[in-house]
Design a protein around this ligand. Structure first.
Ligand code: GAL
Length: 876
């Protein structure tokens, strides 16, 4: 009983642990999980029955709407439910570690809605965990911090209902202290209740982000209690303003000194040099209340945060009471100046920066929504290489780790809150919660994330149906006032989809107007709204399947569809959307536009437009009569149930493989890179003698195409032209080569060749040394090649994977939006020549991992990875 000894030592020395600085412990390991309620629960635990116990959790964030009732009613919901009881035997439940997404485990079913990926993410589920809280913690405050749980969470500790939070994308805290048994085993039970018809994309289900146990002294920095801003930024000095809010849960007034030390992060990403410090002496916090203090420090020769040099700083705040440190709180931040202007767009540190952004949903492809730092980092690395410098967290608050990565890697972020306000898009979506929760959810987003230098815009919504209603402006105004009261240093926007919204007066409610899919109207907008900055908050929505090309190549954006795939000539888009080229032209003709956020960076689970129709998601999929009606309608249109389950919008596919469009964006966003890219591939045995158009994306200004050594002509890029086209090429097998020029000089070449049949497999890992922390991943690309080593572009060979050594195959994928094999399958067909295997090292184990890929008739491939045996995650 080490804690007894520890307690005695401290009791004898008169030093109480209750007064020690905070600890933040990961609570991800060691959970038990089951789906569904036990028999007899009925609707007794439904949100509508127990919300009076849930609303107080948000009380601190309900300042102006007065929605959250601080007073908890008498009674204890769930007291009679066995799963909440500490003595309940959960040993038959599944054991797992968080983050966890139960939906991604599948199975895919045709009868599930394609809109949400044909995966079973809805329903009730329970998580339980034992928790030893030492007696020495008596007197401390004990909090549970949940970064995100999907959705309608209710928390019990030792059978007592503590509180909860309904919105699945918010981060939240419950105070466990009143229910903790110090010096004993405690049992946490969390119930989630994910309603069907609550999302337009795959939301996932489960405690899908990190969970923490936070222990503090009773006098402490409040939850998300610091706000670090830089009111003056110059080359020689910067003023850093630190606002801190402190809580006192004792029955006596507390007088504290608050000391802040500012450190500069060094090149390894660790806080290094101390660069400034300041103190607020004698701050009084009345008993059982809060108080705030403001301090400023001046930093000499500040190193500014930018996209190219994302320099970060760290404030370490120490709260001293009676000369003793009772809390220590860390706030990373950055020093930079941002401005959105009506004429020049976005300025970062006084320089115009074109926003080259993408919208991203929160899933990580085959890994589902369960947060994985490496998977997120990989996405950002690939986007960065393309030249992307901005992320829109469509359409909800992101995982905090995404913003940490954007701070470190140099992306600016438009952080978004909701996909709807009062009026919903789905029967059970956020509009149900909106009246009682929007203030708390908005404040939770801004308060949590306002110190991130990467965040440059707050968005209070996406294409909300209220945008064109008479009450739209008043709602937008209320949101802006909530956001500004948490953080007045960043502009507020909303992504507006209606054309009217740019002229009706609604636009005037925003500091920056965000417009979706309107490149043809940018000029009109400026003429009518001279002083209002504007950004393309959602653009293009081009659809394509990697490696699929259909003929004849039609200019009609509604065409290009065959067998639930979409042609990759990048000419196809839904009716509200445009080609990437049309958006580029809109921006180039209207340079006042701050840039764009393309829909989307990566393909995501769900919303498989243009095949986003099936028997189930047209109408209520739980109602057989409505289903029958929907089926009759689809039959009448000659449509069969669609097997599509993930999107076609991505510049990269679901597995993270580059589609042709990647090079179109790279050519525009990184014009300094010599680039030429030909499409399509050149394996068309059935097209000999037929017209097979060739398009080239290049950062050059002209290019000449050669087929088997014969020139097919030199083409120059005209104004507002973003691709070069040879639309009358007659197909013959062989070699197609493009030579691109810039300013009359050779600039870049690209060659595609007709390949032989599939002969061998190859494996390439994005990292060959894995940390053994249970999270680090290696993403391994599998290629099907001919005997000359050329990728066979139409290969669909089934591939089997085997692994040996201290590692496991977590998932496999191939980027096909119609695949129904579970992502955990060890067998995967190549999709147009490629497949993906994701490998993790076993926690704590070191050694060599061997992955083998085999397919009948093909030479197999082997790759060796090494697990480093280090259990701790990198801290950077
Ligand atoms: C937009 C919407 C996105 C996505 C996109 C597809 O209207 O904001 O969430 O649905 O369309 O094109």
């Amino acid at each position: 009983m080490a804690w007894v000894l520890w307690f005695l030592v401290h009791a004898l020395t008169g030093w109480s642990v209750a007064e020690t600085p905070r600890e933040r412990l990961s609570l991800n390991a060691g959970w038990r999980f089951t789906k569904d309620d036990p028999a007899g629960v009925g609707d007794t635990l439904s949100y509508s029955r127990i919300k009076a116990w849930i609303l107080p959790t948000g009380a601190e964030l309900a300042l102006q709407s007065g929605n959250a009732k601080t007073a908890r009613p008498a009674g204890n919901p769930g007291a009679d439910v066995p799963y909440t009881q500490p003595g309940f035997n959960d040993s038959r439940w599944r054991s797992l570690d968080l983050p966890h997404d139960w939906g991604i485990e599948g199975p895919f079913k045709m009868e599930y809605p394609g809109e949400t990926a044909k995966l079973p993410w809805w329903g009730v589920a329970w998580y339980r965990r034992h928790l030893e809280i030492p007696a020495a913690d008596q007197g401390r405050r004990i909090f549970l911090d949940v970064d995100g749980a999907m959705s309608y969470s209710t928390v019990w500790l030792n059978g007592q209902c503590v509180g909860g939070w309904p919105y699945g994308y918010s981060s939240w805290r419950v105070d466990l202290t009143p229910f903790v048994k110090f010096g004993a085993d405690n049992v946490l039970a969390i119930r989630l209740d994910n309603p069907p018809q609550s999302s337009r994309w795959y939301p996932g289900g489960g405690i899908y982000r990190n969970v923490w146990l936070v222990k503090t002294a009773p006098v402490r920095v409040a939850h998300w209690g610091t706000h670090v801003t830089t009111p003056q930024v110059g080359e020689t000095s910067a003023t850093v303003k630190i606002d801190v809010r402190l809580d006192n849960s004792t029955d006596t007034d507390a007088v504290v000194a608050v000391r802040h030390e500012i450190f500069e992060f060094d090149a390894s990403g660790e806080p290094g040099k101390l660069v400034a410090s300041c103190v607020t002496p004698d701050l009084k916090i009345p008993a059982q209340q809060s108080a705030s203090g403001e301090t400023r420090a001046v930093l000499q020769s500040p190193r500014l945060w930018s996209i190219d040099q994302p320099q970060r700083y760290l404030v370490i705040t120490t709260v001293e009471r009676n000369g003793k440190a009772v809390d220590r709180y860390e706030t990373p931040f950055g020093i930079r100046k941002i401005a959105f202007t009506a004429d020049q767009g976005f300025l970062l540190n006084g320089r115009k920066v074109e926003i080259k952004g993408v919208c991203m949903h929160h899933d990580l492809g085959a890994l589902g929504t369960a947060l994985n730092l490496r998977a997120l980092e990989r996405q950002l690395e690939i986007l960065k290489e393309m030249g992307c410098n901005a992320i829109r967290t469509s359409h909800n608050p992101p995982a905090p780790e995404l913003l940490d990565l954007c701070d470190r890697m140099g992306f600016v972020v438009m952080a978004e809150s909701f996909d709807c306000w009062r009026t919903g898009k789905n029967k059970n979506d956020y509009h149900v919660l909106y009246p009682e929760w929007h203030e708390q959810d908005l404040r939770a987003l801004v308060r949590r994330d306002r110190n991130h230098p990467c965040v440059v815009l707050w968005s209070s919504g996406n294409e909300v149906p209220d945008q064109d209603k008479p009450e739209g402006p008043a709602i937008a105004r209320e949101h802006a006032s909530i956001i500004q009261s948490e953080d007045a240093t960043r502009p507020v926007t909303t992504a507006v989809s209606s054309k009217k919204g740019g002229f009706s007066g609604f636009q005037k409610e925003f500091d920056v107007f965000g417009w979706n899919y309107k490149p043809a109207h940018y000029g009109e907008f400026r003429a009518a709204n001279s002083g209002l900055p504007m950004v393309g908050s959602e653009t293009s929505s081009c659809v394509s399947s990697r490696g699929e090309y259909f003929f004849p190549v039609s200019e009609n954006k509604d065409h290009g569809k065959v067998d639930f795939q979409v042609s990759s000539y990048d000419l196809y888009a839904p009716k509200w959307a445009t080609t990437p080229d049309d958006e580029f032209a809109g921006q180039d003709k209207n340079p006042f536009v701050a840039g764009e956020f393309v829909w989307t960076g990566f393909d995501y689970l769900g919303e498989p437009t243009p095949y986003n129709w099936d028997l189930t998601n047209l109408l209520n999929f739980t109602d057989p009569a409505q289903q029958a009606k929907a089926k009759a309608e689809l039959d009448a249109q000659g449509k069969i149930n669609s097997p599509a389950r993930s999107s076609y919008f991505g510049i990269l596919d679901l597995a993270g493989f580059r589609k042709d469009r990647y090079y179109l964006y790279q050519a525009r966003w990184r014009p300094e890179i010599p680039l030429a890219h030909i499409l399509p591939h050149w394996n068309w045995p059935g097209r000999i003698g037929q017209v097979t158009p060739v398009h080239v994306y290049t950062s050059g200004d002209a290019a000449e195409l050669f087929l088997n050594g014969r020139s097919l002509g030199l083409k120059m890029r005209g104004d507002f032209q973003y691709r070069l086209r040879w639309d009358d090429v007659t197909y013959e097998p062989g070699e197609l080569k493009v030579v691109a020029y810039k300013n009359g000089q050779n600039w870049a070449t690209h060659t595609v060749r007709t390949t032989g049949t599939a002969a061998l497999l190859s494996l390439e890992a994005d990292r060959s040394i894995l940390r053994s922390d249970g999270h680090d991943l290696s993403f391994i690309t599998v290629k099907v090649k001919d005997s000359d080593g050329l990728l066979v572009p139409r290969a669909k060979n089934p591939i089997r994977f085997e692994i040996e050594g201290p590692g496991e195959i977590v998932v496999t994928d191939n980027g096909d939006p119609t695949g129904m094999e579970p992502f955990r399958s060890l067998e995967r067909k190549a999709f147009n020549g490629l497949a993906l295997v994701v490998v993790r090292a076993n926690p704590g184990q070191a050694g060599e991992i061997t992955l083998q890929a085999g397919s009948q008739g093909l030479k197999s491939a082997t790759i060796r990875l090494s697990a480093d045996g280090r259990e701790t995650a990198a801290t950077k």
